[in-house]
Design a protein around this ligand. Structure first.
Ligand SMILES: Nc1ncnc2c1ncn2[C@@H]1O[C@H](COP(=O)(O)OP(=O)(O)OP(=O)(O)O)[C@@H](O)[C@H]1O
Ligand SMILES: [Mg+2]
Length: 267
């Protein structure tokens, strides 16, 4: 079944990136980048190494301020907003390299994440103990639910350091989901996953989207990108060279050229 079959007309715009440029000294990492992601849409940003994909994520999530151009989310211009303020709007990212606490269990890793993002740290001093216990119990339920949701239920009580790299990435996704995103930005989520883990991950992405969460995906795994994306934006040397549904992108001469030039990883 086609990933776009459910969508008969374009979704309302959620994220809009408008004429963005990013210069690092003399290096032009991104130039004149314009694209959008609709509500509930899965859009992939692809391109060879160094094309500017992670830089685009860093701009959208407020880790970098663009040299030029604007980013807006649900009509709100994000210029000048700190990463936490942008995360509070529901724009939540994962990182290209996942870091877990290797000597804590998967469950404890997720609990640590939930504690960090909640305001529970200060609560023991201001709340009575029964309420703290209830809150802690609710967090534990939430952690268990998230771990099941990403498919790590059977590994919950294993040390995070004992997980495969692909499974560790799922911990990162659980932590991102804990932040209750309205849009999830995934930076190479299936790198390090085997074919069957990747297949399961694609199901997970669809499940997340079916909850109405839009997804902006950066990924080198072309079969995965082709199977899951509604639309694909192709960057090369910081410029968008093509944009469209998978079938159009797959046959686009400029895209084929850009990838052949690099020696395609998975295409
Ligand atoms: N903070 C920074 N300071 C200076 N240069 C940077 C910075 N971040 C990225 N760059 C440069 O910008 C360019 C784009 O990098 P970016 O990490 O966005 O690429 P990418 O598309 O994510 O690549 P990959 O597929 O390897 O992850 C590269 O030339 C990189 O070296
Ligand atoms: Mg990158």
């Amino acid at each position: 079944m086609s990933a776009v079959a459910h969508k008969l007309e374009p979704a309302a715009t959620a994220l809009s990136v408008d004429r963005v440029a990013m210069h690092f000294g003399g290096l032009v990492a991104i130039s004149d980048m314009t694209f959008s992601v609709g509500e509930g849409e899965i859009v992939s940003l692809i391109g060879p190494n160094g094309a500017g994909k992670t830089t685009a994520f860093n701009i959208v999530t407020g880790f970098l301020t663009p040299t030029q151009g604007e980013v807006s989310y649900r009509g709100l211009n994000l210029r000048g907003m700190k990463p936490q303020a942008i995360a509070d709007l529901g724009l939540i990212r994962t990182f290209q390299r996942t870091s877990v606490f290797p000597n804590d269990t998967v469950f404890d890793n997720v609990m640590i994440g939930l504690h960090r993002r909640g305001r529970v740290g200060v609560l023991p001093s201001v709340l009575g103990l029964p309420r703290v216990r209830r809150l802690e119990a609710a967090l534990k339920d939430k952690a268990a639910e998230l771990i099941d949701y990403v498919g790590l239920g059977r590994r919950a009580h294993d040390l995070a350091g004992s997980l495969s790299y692909g499974e560790q990435r799922l911990v990162g996704v659980a932590l991102a989901l804990a932040a209750e995103p309205s849009m999830l930005l995934l930076d190479e989520p299936v790198s390090g996953m085997n074919a069957s883990e990747t297949h399961t991950f694609v199901e997970l992405i669809r499940k997340v989207r079916d909850r109405g969460i839009a997804i902006l995906l950066v990924e080198h795994d072309m079969p995965m990108v082709m199977s899951v994306s509604d639309r694909i934006v192709v960057l090369n040397y910081g410029r968008i060279i093509a944009e469209g549904p998978p079938d159009v992108i797959r046959n686009d001469p400029a895209v084929i050229e850009a990838y052949l030039g690099q020696g395609v990883k998975h295409a």
